[in-house]
Write a protein that binds this ligand. Sequence first.
Ligand code: IMP
Ligand code: MG
Length: 183
Amino acid sequence: MSETNAESDRVEVVFSSEEIANRIDAIATQIAEQKLDRLLVIAILKGSFVFAADLIRALYKVGLQPEVDFISLSSYRKGTKSSGKVEILRDIEMDVKGRNVLLVDDILESGRTLAFAKDLVTARGAQKVLTCVLLNKPVERAVQVEADFAAFECPNVFVVGYGMDLAHRFRELPFVGHLQNRS
Ligand code: IMP
Ligand code: MG
């Protein structure tokens, strides 16, 4: 199931580089409107690293100077299915107490990952916690959580590229794509 071969590698573009860049600029403007002082951006690795890199530079363009940290979370994903348990693989280094935090993730699907991260930084005393995702999948949430900012509504298919992988592949694609022979 998680194996890929040459024939399965045809990737259809779902969101192009240009569409992504435009949406990120729009979201950066919305974030700037929130007037959050000492903003700390926390990217949820690995999937959000490309999105977060582009987002922080878009934030710079609208006049913000965010600090940046990372957390690596795993939802025990095997192939394309999530098992439901979230584990911290690498924790945030910075103290979030009293900070305005923007959590950045690639996809909001069951909600478990984002809810876990939100609960964690809230429990550690963050002043305000906002969430930003590249893609919002229109599925029933296992945990009630919605993103404050979402670049796109995503078709309910498995997507890769722009940081997102299937079995460690395809992260380098500059667009969000769908592997044509997979649901
Ligand atoms: P959730 O915890 O179910 O909301 O899942 C969110 C996480 O699952 C995201 O951070 C992604 O890493 C991963 N994920 C969900 N759907 C996809 C997909 O279509 N492609 C790649 N990763 C996905
Ligand atoms: Mg992820």
